[in-house]
Design a protein around this ligand. Sequence first.
Ligand code: SAM
Ligand code: MG
Length: 214
Amino acid sequence: TQSTRPQRLLSAVQKNATRGDPCSVVKAIDQFCRSKEWAMNVGDEKGCILDSVVSELNPTTVLELGTYCGYSTVRIANLLPPHAKLITLEFNPDFAAIARQVIAWSGLEEKVQLVEGASGDLIPKIKQDFGVQTFDLVFLDHWKDRYLPDTKLMEACGLLRKGSILLADNVICPGTPDYLEYVRSSPRYESQYFKSHLEYTKVEDGLEKSVFLG
Ligand code: SAM
Ligand code: MG
């Protein structure tokens, strides 16, 4: 039977990364994606921007939309303080199974709750099921046409507080025009673009950081 890209990515982690060393996991995945097969991780270049936003904010509650193989999950969780919690949502069970192993290899299971399901179904249940009141940081990196409806859903569910930060990946490539227009024109957000490149390429892409003003 043929293996899938996520399975090959996991094998590269198991072969080249040290158990319990998140940085070596990130490095092994970046190396695999640069030298062997492109994959839709936020990647090393935009990953540095993600890291600086996480470090500066030092968040206690983080929501990630779109786990894939857990690359960004590991990057974020590695920078969180001990008591912090990262909830990450993934609706593809094959990707979720790989991500669980990547997160475990990093030794970060304690900080991460991977929930399988569609964001539109799970967001309304977060307060009740996961005991989180509001998120300090939300990383949006799932399907691009879901950024805007899920942002409005998070607002409606009261998951954002004054000062919550939305960090959206791929706002240029593949692009999220309706979302960008919304956060840039709404008086409820203060929004800023961080120019970079699509993961593992020279194509322009970037992250949009938007502060919810309440
Ligand atoms: N954040 C990951 C990283 O940087 O390592 C990459 C995530 S990948 C670009 C997007 C993922 O979102 C895919 O694995 C896809 O299955 C998942 N996804 C897309 N729409 C979703 C939704 N509505 N709910 C949950 N997961 C979703
Ligand atoms: Mg992305």
